[in-house]
Design a binder for this molecule. Sequence first.
Ligand code: UTP
Length: 291
Amino acid sequence: MKQVRKAVIPAAGLGTRVLPATKSIPKEMLPIVDKPAIHYIVEEAVRSGITDILIITNRGKTPIEDYFDHSVELEERLLASGKRELYDELQKLCTMANIQYVRQKETKGLGHAVSCAKSFVGDEPFVVMYGDDVIVGEEPVAKQLIDAYYAYGLPCCGIKEVPREDVVKYSSLKVSPLGGRNYKVTDMIEKPATPEDAFSFFSILGRVLLTPDVFEILERTAPGAGGEIQLTDAMAEFARGAGMTGVDFTGKRYDMGNKLGVLQASIEVGLAHPEIGDGLRAYLKELAQTL
Ligand code: UTP
């Protein structure tokens, strides 16, 4: 079995749910305390053993490329003013992984975005890490999926049970338990019309691990829910064939694609932050008394 060393981060969406902020700032660049969302995702990839990352971008996403690149003037200034720690942090940012970029020329959906990674992926398994899903926890979720891939030899998806009324916004999976946090996935549907149409309330959230045969499937996948080429529709073929493994992952997920998710991420990550945690806790306690 081939090692998993590549990750694809689709970050070319329009981010309409976080407008107007996302008119000129990619949602993947929205900060959680002092780092943009996509920084947490790249860190998760690196902690999972990923060495090569492809970020799918489009027009207006150059801040992402600038972020992971050197800023010579800034670095020189930090060194000259003795801010060595900050300098080292910025150096690490540019060197922590081999990051490449490709543009999705039309925003035709997540499935279409992933298909732009075909030549980067070659003949290796790869992890797809949704650019607006930050997942914080002890064990990186990409690593949890990679371990399940080595254990079962099947493409995998990160899954979570969602509230019944919310399943229409996500996907719904037909699952049976395999033991521990793992499930066999034998069918799936994107955005069921009503909760009654759902297989279960398990949905794919944030991370999937795919094999390169997905590209041939994507090429013939017609637009689905919302008129977009849906990754779920392509993965359904894997599920109905040999099956996929669903990993009910550990870790707290923050949806940076919606306004409440952005605030929750800032508050919870802020509370755990060594520099501002105590101050934020004191402020929130004081504020809570006025609510
Ligand atoms: P979403 O569907 O949440 O992103 O896609 P969106 O289209 O930006 O959302 P709204 O509804 O307009 O707010 C999940 C991930 O897939 C990427 C997004 O950038 C996000 O990280 N994506 C989505 C693409 O890269 N290309 C697409 O065509 C669609």
